[in-house]
Design a protein around this ligand. Structure first.
Ligand code: NAD
Ligand code: MG
Length: 394
């Protein structure tokens, strides 16, 4: 079997390390061409010594020397800075690029990989939230396939196998509801980052864990689904399913519903994106009906978790609005993690940023990038203001 050559962007993160577990289990199928990290030099070095890629990239220039010295006796090329990502994903040897960076910082390297016609295994949902129209249009023109890694979108993708797109009535994205499911606004005014980081079902990076607690993750996923599956916003619904066994569902024109089920384990959707269209045996723990006598479903509470409402609103407005939503969200999540803003204030800042930045109906890449930067400035100012209010309230 010809080995698939993979570039793993964000190799040291939650998705990146799980992807390397999948790759490690199938040395006959995969070779690693490139590994990249933000600033975790120690882990990147250990991964490089195990997987022996052609090249590694460390985004943080201050860590370059450390990585270079550690890998000096090997044939591994060491690069620094985010521009290097755009170069390595386009290398002729690369077949599949796993995009597992967090945040809009992933946009440029994903576009570069698409430009070179690579297959994209996409975990970095923010890329589609920020510039979905641009990304999907380029992928269509370059014949680059985008395979979802996000568990809900992998579920939808699997339900759609063998079906015709025009026969889809709607999709249901499932949400666990996060650690604050069932809480009201009054219960949430003083919750801390530590509480929000305790997700009931999934162990993930910090940013997506906060997004799951605030339901912004589901909002981002609604936007991601729109672009991946070419749906109208009216065709995308969210249902809360606390056990995280049903990963999402598709309802067809005749009313028939297909669902994809399994234990909450990201390795399965990662593996499916890397081996697609093959299904490959593995040793992952399996679902047992005896462990789950009840699967429950409830409506999402968009009044308490306003981020979900704001994401729907931004998507309906279109243009650069989802880009503004994402930028403001990245700012407030970082601030919330540092204790600089309150849980509910996050939605206030996002809403105010959406109102403050001008709508551009058909943005270019430059428009998206300036929208991203400008929205971050506004959101930061609003956080500073909210911080004062937050501290007075306390
Ligand atoms: P993470 O924070 O654990 O890892 C992010 C990776 O990106 C790390 O390797 C980090 O070094 C790198 N990185 C961060 N900032 C960077 C920068 N400025 N430049 C270059 N590299 C940088 O995040 P994660 O939980 O693995 O999530 C990655 C993406 O996958 C996100 O978009 C997330 O929404 C999505 N996702 C994650 C999960 C999950 O279970 N973790 C599930 C579904 C989707
Ligand atoms: Mg998901």
């Amino acid at each position: 079997m010809e080995k698939k050559s993979i570039a793993v962007l964000g190799a040291t993160g939650s998705i990146g390390t799980q992807a390397l577990e999948v790759i490690r289990a199938h040395p006959d199928r995969f070779a690693v061409h490139a590994l990249t990290a933000g600033s975790n030099a120690d882990l990147l070095i250990a991964q490089a010594l195990e997987f022996r890629p052609c090249v590694v990239v460390i985004a943080d220039p201050d860590k370059y020397k450390q990585v270079q010295t550690a890998l000096a006796g090997t044939a591994i090329n060491v690069l620094a800075g985010n521009e290097a990502l755009e170069e390595v994903v386009q290398h002729k040897e690369v077949d599949t690029v796993l995009c597992a960076l967090v945040g809009s910082v992933g946009l440029r390297s994903t576009l570069a990989a698409i430009e070179a016609g690579k297959t994209i295994a996409l975990a970095n949902k923010e890329t589609l939230v920020v510039a979905g129209a641009l990304v999907m249009d380029l992928a269509a023109r370059k014949g680059a396939r985008i395979l979802p890694v996000d568990s809900e979108h992998s579920a939808i993708f699997q339900c759609l196998a063998g079906e015709q797109a025009q026969q889809v009535d709607k999709i249901y994205l499932t949400a666990s509801g996060g650690p604050f499911r069932g809480k009201r606004r009054a219960d949430l005014s003083a919750v801390t980052a530590e509480q929000a980081l305790r997700h009931p079902n999934w162990v993930m990076g910090a940013k997506i864990t906060i997004d799951s607690a605030s339901l912004m993750n589901k909002g981002l996923e609604v936007i991601e689904a729109k672009w991946l599956f070419d749906l109208d916003v009216s065709q995308i619904d969210v249902v809360v399913h606390p056990q995280s066994i049903v990963h999402s569902l598709v309802q067809f024109k005749d009313g028939s519903i297909k669902a994809q089920l399994g234990l909450p384990d990201m390795k399965l959707p990662i593996q499916y994106a890397l081996t697609y269209p093959d299904r490959v045996e593995n040793t992952f723990p399996r679902f047992d009906f005896a462990d789950f006598s009840t699967l429950t479903f409830e409506r999402a509470d968009r009044d308490t978790f306003r981020n979900l409402e704001l994401a729907y609103r931004a998507l309906a407005m279109g243009g650069n609005m989802p880009c503004i939503l994402n930028a403001a969200n990245e700012v407030v999540v970082a601030a919330f993690l540092k204790g600089e803003t309150g849980f509910l204030a996050m939605s206030d800042v996002i809403e105010e940023t959406l109102a403050a930045v001008t709508l551009i109906q058909r943005p270019t890449l430059a428009d998206y990038e300036s929208t991203d930067q400008y929205s971050r400035i506004i959101a930061r100012e609003l956080v500073t203001k909210s911080k004062k209010i937050y501290h007075i309230e306390k």
